[in-house]
Design a protein around this ligand. Structure first.
Ligand SMILES: [Zn+2]
Length: 271
């Protein structure tokens, strides 16, 4: 995968190596500041901004290492693709931000740790990833290669696309969070399909950035994070009633639908 040709997005935050893991001031300290402000006639809004802006102020200089550059490239490449797709239907694609962290960080969806795995937060439209996950993917889950890692980011970008299209709100409103046929699983499978669609775009361009065998790294990665496989690994058996992301076979299937067709309209996992 010739990812360096994907360009460099400026929408990548590097929160790694921040003391305290980049967690914002706890509620206690914030509350004290707010009370002081109210007592002394300051503008509470200013204090709230200070509290909320805290993690930004702590932001360390980007390490500009390979993980950071890779993130810049994948965000740039997905921006280019989804920007075009949205434009064709008269919409505007608002670029998401990728936030790299180590250990833990504060997000618009609450505090996160590396244990929660990569995720997308619709409240601040940011994708959160501890790049150590990519090592786990290669070693623990057996999904090696740059496109396996690219699939992970592209899947989270897929959630951002859903957010932009209003699909995420509809699913959240349904409150249907678990089970092999739940709306939550369908949302995850659609994000896999969107990642596959983008893979197809990279593999079918005039001077392909991804070869067809590299595209298969995405399939392997999608299979490796199936609910059944993860549950079997951790407790020895799988219970479809508690699935949240879909089985390995489902994830492989929907990634492949996207990768084969290159058409996001084929990603209707809700049908
Ligand atoms: Zn997901």
């Amino acid at each position: 995968m010739d990812w360096k040709r994907l360009g460099k997005s400026g929408n990548v935050e590097d929160r790694r190596g921040i003391p305290g893991g980049g967690l914002a001031i706890g509620g206690g300290a914030g509350l004290i500041l707010l009370i002081i402000s109210l007592l002394f006639g300051g503008n509470p809004g200013d204090v709230l901004n200070q509290i909320n802006g805290n993690s930004n102020q702590q932001q360390s200089k980007p390490q500009n290492d390979e993980a950071f550059q890779f993130g810049q490239a994948i965000i740039s490449g997905t921006n280019e693709y989804w920007g075009k797709v949205f434009q064709k239907s008269g919409r505007t694609y608002h670029e998401p931000t990728l936030a790299l962290f180590s250990g833990g960080t504060s997000t618009g969806c609450g505090n996160a740790t590396s244990a929660s795995g990569p995720f997308y937060c619709p409240n601040d439209q940011k994708i959160y990833i501890d790049p150590s996950f990519f090592n786990d993917l290669a070693t623990r889950f057996g999904a090696k290669g740059d496109f396996a890692a690219a699939y992970v980011i592209a899947h989270e970008v897929g959630h951002h696309v859903q957010d932009e299209l209003g699909i995420m709100d509809q699913v959240q409103a349904s409150g249907d969070r678990q089970g092999a046929n739940s709306a939550s699983v369908k949302l995850e499978l659609q994000a896999d399909c969107f990642a596959g669609v983008w893979g197809n775009y990279l593999a079918t361009m005039k001077d392909p950035i991804v070869t067809s065998s590299e595209l298969n790294q995405g399939r392997t990665a999608a299979q490796s994070v199936g609910d059944d496989r993860l549950q079997e690994q951790s407790r020895g058996y799988a219970n479809p009633e508690t699935f949240t992301h879909g089985s390995s076979a489902q994830r492989d299937h929907w990634f492949s639908v996207g990768a084969k067709t290159g058409d996001a309209n084929q990603c209707n996992t809700f049908e």
